[in-house]
Design a protein around this ligand. Sequence first.
Ligand SMILES: Cc1ncc(COP(=O)(O)O)c(C=O)c1O
Length: 433
Amino acid sequence: MWAVIYIFAGRTKKLFNVDIFEKIAKRPGKLGQYMDKAHGYYMFPKLEGELSSRMIFMGKERLVWSLNNYLGLGNLPEVRAADAQAAKDWGLAYPMGARMMSGQTSYHEKLEQELAGFVGRESAYLLNYGYQGMVSIIDSLVDRNDVIVYDSEAHACILDGMRLHFGKRFVYPHNDMENLDKELERATKLTAKTGGGILVITEGVYGMSGDLGNLKGIVALKGKYNFRLLVDDAHGLGTMGRDGSGTDMHYGVRDQVDLYFSTFAKSMAGIGAFIAGPKEIIRFLMYNMRSQVYAKSLPMPMVIGALKRLEIIRTQPEHREKLWRIVNALQKGLKEHGFNLGKTESPVTPVILPGGVPEATQITHDLRENFDIFCSIVSYPVVPKGVILLRLIPTAMHTMEDVNYTIESFAEIKKKLDAGSYSSGMIEKMVVE
Ligand SMILES: Cc1ncc(COP(=O)(O)O)c(C=O)c1O
């Protein structure tokens, strides 16, 4: 605490303020509260060795179900070769500058054209990161007169984009079409007064629960209300639809989804993202998205590497077919063993168990140490109190042996959980080097 004494017109005034660093030391944040106990084990774990379904964690090989490398492209020799060649030819610096100023290349344009073609849109625009891109898309699309209507389980990048929005935002409970109808009615009345428009935002595949955004239900409301629809299909690109071109293809509603967004961070096993839609809207975004106007262009190896990945997704359906064989076997086997997988319809496989943070940490520990299985675990506040979610991400790199071993191991974990063996707080006891 600091005190500054002012003497003004013969009167003294004392002003107090805190030191920001001192404040942070006392309030480490929702996840930060575990940093002393969990760093390196539950949080910021190091997975070492080749990117694969088996990697080294704390010196020992584990079966990994945590990587969004759905199609296994991350380590495919031809992808690695394309990445290495592009790095050799161009380095990481090229091009220097923002796209608008000095960072434009024909490779960037080619990738945009190919992405647009793949997802069936007129145009596409590259983004450096999905998260930043989404924030900036929302910021540039709407003004204070417009209303955003969004799903309650929307990803952090959508929520953070809305923080920049000066107009109203209405939320509807996850995939609840009756409530969406009500919110759209409310938004319609409001925008009739403000002279604004309505933007609805949903995800294609919800990355925690694996269920799909109800795109069919949402587009059906277009007959009743005047709105534009933006879909974040981070987990749907490469995995959903008969050709892997996304959840709108899966539902057959492509022409009703006005803007399609996805990232290269999942199936494309890279970095970067894109937005696709009508030519004039993409042009508008190119000239108005602050995350791109004021940031350096994606480096060449990312762009050339993404071109290679897209070519493989389009021409080698065997990776997606393999992924779905693994997904179907894993989900079927877990369900047969009595596990609750919620409403997943995608590769994302949530295993929903009763329990709190202490059980969650002990189960994770048991899985990692005694079964050599590494998967992500989610507990309150990300999921409701009393629920643990073990999230498995099947990929084309997994084998049927991996699937069978995992199902058997999970059956043992469930027995222990049901018998109450995981009741005390392991996170308190754990010593993490
Ligand atoms: C639904 C969703 N949108 C956006 C992003 C952000 O993408 P990026 O990792 O490219 O920033 C993610 C996570 O990666 C995501 O799951």
